[in-house]
Design a protein. Structure first.
Length: 350
């Protein structure tokens, strides 16, 4: 993994944390009375758009050579399963337990068997899910399945992606009434994965690019639309504009790093490594720490201080979760798979 991309992943996770902290904890009377920094973090939801583009980039970066090689399909599926499900299931079990113990914390569907099954498998059912941020993982799993077709058969995969993209465009051009599942399949967010795939192809190509300029333009597009959104509100073009900025930023930074023209701070690299844990845990942690802060009387201190404290502790706990739970769990799964492999030597011969 490119360190620059890892760092961007960490920054994107922080954006999502700041977005939910600003809109769900401080924007409303349940916890606090107002947003101490105004709406400045309200565009932080675009961290998700960045993640989707990055997913497309990473899949081609890691598995591009597997396209059309059906013998690599099992390996690809295992790696994708290992990356998404085990640590997510740990969080899911914890959150489900809380909703069963204190049903008033939820909206009612969190303990519904269909919702729990859908949340466990990350297969879309009715749009409800137990872990609030897991809606993005449904899109991730859908993309992984589509790319699996590309590995199984290059032609079939290209036809699938082409038809999917055209179908999304047509769906939003005619805006029909359709079941929620069709809306899920036709979400413009799904276009961000192929955009990331294309960015990986460009990155790996021999095309010479002014990497610094490309990265700067990408950051400018991303932030400029974020600023426009704060003033004028969201638009249908938003995901694609954020996606375009993300793709340019990823390619530019990747090329800069490849030519040793930038150095990435270690703290950002670590945040990137911990980004999935931060992302999965931050919403229930924000809710918990918001309740604790109110009970502890933090409404009497400056709200900007409460904002920084809650946000900082949430990210810190997410990082600790990565170090104490996610990394050991993945290491154990990897070791267990190696130990059970078909080519394992008998203990006495090792």
């Amino acid at each position: 993994m490119l360190l620059s991309i890892q760092a961007c992943r960490g920054i994107a996770a922080l954006l999502v944390v700041l977005y939910h902290l600003n809109t769900d904890i401080f924007h409303g009377p349940k916890y606090f009375s107002g947003r101490p920094f105004g709406p400045i973090f309200d565009f932080g939801h675009a961290g998700v758009e960045f993640f989707f583009v990055l997913s497309g980039f990473i899949i081609v970066f890691a598995h591009g050579r597997d396209v059309g090689r059906v013998d690599q399909l099992a390996r690809y599926l295992w790696r994708r399963f290992q990356r998404i499900y085990p640590i997510y299931w740990v969080v899911l079990v914890g959150v489900v337990s809380i909703y069963f113990a204190v049903p008033s914390f939820g909206k009612g569907y969190e303990t519904d068997p269909v919702t729990i099954l859908s949340s466990f498998t990350l297969v879309y059912a009715d749009g409800n899910n137990v872990v609030a941020v897991a809606w993005t993982l449904y899109h991730e799993v859908l993309f992984y399945a589509a790319f699996a077709v590309l590995i199984w058969n290059r032609t079939a995969g290209l036809v699938l992606f082409g038809a999917w993209g055209v179908g999304i465009v047509i769906f939003h051009a005619i805006s029909p009434d359709a079941p929620s599942f069709i809306g899920f399949l036709a979400s413009p967010m799904n276009l961000l994965f192929p955009l990331g795939m294309l960015s990986a192809v460009v990155y790996r190509s021999g095309v010479k690019l002014p990497a610094g300029t490309v990265a700067a333009v990408g950051a400018l597009v991303f932030l400029a639309y974020g600023g426009a959104e704060l003033v004028y509100g969201r638009s249908k073009a938003g995901p694609l504009l954020y996606g375009l900025g993300s793709a340019l930023l990823i390619v530019g930074l990747g090329r800069l790093e490849a030519t040793a023209r930038i150095r990435i701070p270690r703290i950002l690299v670590f945040l990137g490594a911990a980004s999935y844990s931060i992302y999965l845990t931050h919403y229930p942690l924000l809710s918990l720490f918001g309740k604790v802060a109110v009970a502890a009387g933090l409404r009497s201190v400056p709200e900007w201080l409460s904002f920084l404290l809650i946000g900082g502790v949430t990210v810190a706990v997410g990082c600790a979760f990565h170090a104490v739970v996610e990394r050991p769990l993945l290491r154990w799964i990897g070791n267990a798979r190696k130990a059970s492999g078909p080519h394992r030597q008998p203990a006495q011969t090792r």
